[in-house]
Design a protein around this ligand. Structure first.
Ligand SMILES: [Zn+2]
Length: 285
């Protein structure tokens, strides 16, 4: 099976949130409640309090180092706009996009404003300006989409999207193509696994659930499995269980002999197969 890993970059620095949103305040309140309930220990709680006073909040360098060691060609989605706690500017994102690409990883757009075709097009064009001569995909910030959103993303010119996600049950829906009214073709890769939907409490429980999901995917002959892990949780001090889950997932895939590939590689496989099928079809006429 081919495993595609991506990372939503929701935050870069703590200061981008000051007087702009309540992300840091909410982070402290949530962590306070978690320590009171016994979901996290005091040491983790204190590290989380300390993290609010540090400059960098993202964990891009750390997760890139890990992914590189495990030959995972992951994709990082960067916001070109601000909404729902994503508050950094394009200027702040630019050097990180360059770092990710220079290190051999992939970058795409973490779509923010999906209220109109124009706003979707603007974010696409802004990224295109930053990364000319580069094909890229997108993932909408938070699980917000409908058929019109996907059509608009295709119209805007994205190569692929990986927003579709089933919140209630695990779904192993495989990639399919969306053809926009202007003729653009976009691959939709439904997302199969998102960190925050399995990890809220107990890592052992999450490992059990995801082990059986991976088995189910193998048995059903799924060609692709998509997993989103937010880089901010790749932190031994503040999210020890989350980082442990990520490392477990990678080693479980390695042990099972799965391949880590990028969306770009997956699209090449899908389009090669499409062309081969067309050739066979023409020969049989
Ligand atoms: Zn996000």
């Amino acid at each position: 099976m081919n495993i595609i890993i991506s990372h939503d970059v929701d935050h870069l620095y703590t200061c981008e949130h000051w007087r702009k949103d309540l992300i840091m305040e909410k982070h402290l309140v949530r962590s306070g409640l978690q320590v009171l309930r016994g979901d996290i220990n005091t040491r983790v709680f204190l590290y989380r309090v300390a993290s609010v006073f540090q400059h960098r909040y993202c964990r891009i360098p750390e997760i890139m180092e890990f992914d590189a060691k495990h030959q995972i060609p992951s994709t990082f989605f960067f916001g070109m706009g601000n909404t729902l706690g994503m508050s950094y500017t394009q200027e702040q994102a630019l050097p990180w996009i360059q770092k990710v690409r220079e290190a051999g990883f992939y970058a795409g757009v973490h779509a923010a404003d999906i209220t109109s075709a124009e706003s979707i097009q603007k974010e696409h064009n802004d990224f295109k300006r930053i990364c000319p001569n580069y094909t890229f995909g997108t993932r909408v910030h938070y699980v917000r989409y409908d058929d019109i959103t996907l059509q608009r993303l295709a119209t805007a010119g994205y190569l692929y999207d990986t927003t579709e996600f089933s919140k209630e049950t695990f779904s192993l829906k495989q990639p399919y193509q969306i053809i926009a009214s202007n003729g653009n073709r976009m691959w939709e890769f439904p997302l199969h696994l998102m960190d925050s939907y399995v990890l809220e409490k107990d890592v052992k429980n999450a490992i059990q659930k995801v082990s059986s999901l991976l088995r189910q995917a193998e048995q059903s002959g799924s060609l692709f499995f998509t997993f989103l892990f937010h880089d901010v949780y790749f932190n031994e001090k503040t999210y020890p269980e989350w980082i442990a889950f990520y490392k477990w997932f990678v080693s479980a895939c390695e042990e099972a002999g799965h391949h880590f590939i990028s969306y770009h590689q997956a699209i090449k496989m899908l389009e090669d197969a499409q062309r081969a099928a067309e050739r066979i079809h023409q020969q049989s006429i």
